[in-house]
Write a protein that binds this ligand. Structure first.
Ligand code: MG
Length: 207
């Protein structure tokens, strides 16, 4: 049974599917934003533009990942000297790889979450990762977590939006062939992960 802080021992009662957020949930991300700023001091305006785009695009739904990122990079470039191509290249070749490197070096899985995953596996439950960022497999590997134990690993942008998109959360349930009433979303943000769960009528555990 899970008995560590943050996770009640009956968290998995009546649950068939566990949908886990990644950043801040599987690991404590305290200090990550500060380290990102320190490493990426030479491109702070791009970092700020990425944050702003992320903050302001959470309510827009697109038909595909391609459309989502097209709009995302246009938003990041609005009013700046750089264009969409620079924003996209920076995001894929600097921003995400830097985040993964920092996670590998400084961050560790939360023991209570690893216990929850082990308990879910022992009970034969279906495990999924539903992230608000991409590079899910790379981040799991950076944390030393075996990706093969998850039935599904997906990010909201791959489904055309950011959390707490209701269509994206519904899509996750469909991919898992899961019923909301037996699905538990687990996350560190009530406004993102909790709202995702509520939008489809699933249970939610806040970490
Ligand atoms: Mg999170």
């Amino acid at each position: 049974m899970t008995d560590k802080k943050n996770v009640p021992s009956d968290a998995l009662n009546g649950v068939q599917n566990v949908v886990l957020d990644l950043d801040g949930t599987l690991y404590d991300k305290t200090g990550l934003a500060r380290r990102m700023m320190r490493r990426l001091w030479w491109c702070l305006p791009l970092l700020a533009a990425e944050r702003l785009a992320r903050k302001n695009m959470h309510y827009v739904q697109y038909a595909s990942e391609e459309e989502f990122f097209g709009a995302f990079f246009r938003y990041m470039s609005r009013g700046h000297w750089w264009g969409v191509g620079v924003a996209a290249t920076w995001y894929h070749t600097v921003y995400m790889p830097t985040m993964i490197r920092l996670i590998r070096r400084y961050h560790h899985p939360r023991p209570e979450m690893m216990a929850l995953i082990e308990e879910a596996k022992a009970k034969g439950l279906t495990l999924a990762i539903y992230s608000d960022y991409g590079c899910v497999v790379e981040k799991l590997e950076a944390l030393g977590i075996d990706p093969s134990q998850f039935e599904l690993m997906i990010s909201a942008p791959e489904l055309g939006a950011l959390k707490p998109s209701e269509p994206c959360a519904r899509h996750v349930l469909e991919l898992l062939q899961a019923k909301p009433e037996t699905t538990l979303f687990v996350g560190d943000r009530d406004d993102k992960d909790g709202a995702s769960a509520r939008s489809v009528g699933a249970k939610f555990l806040l970490i």
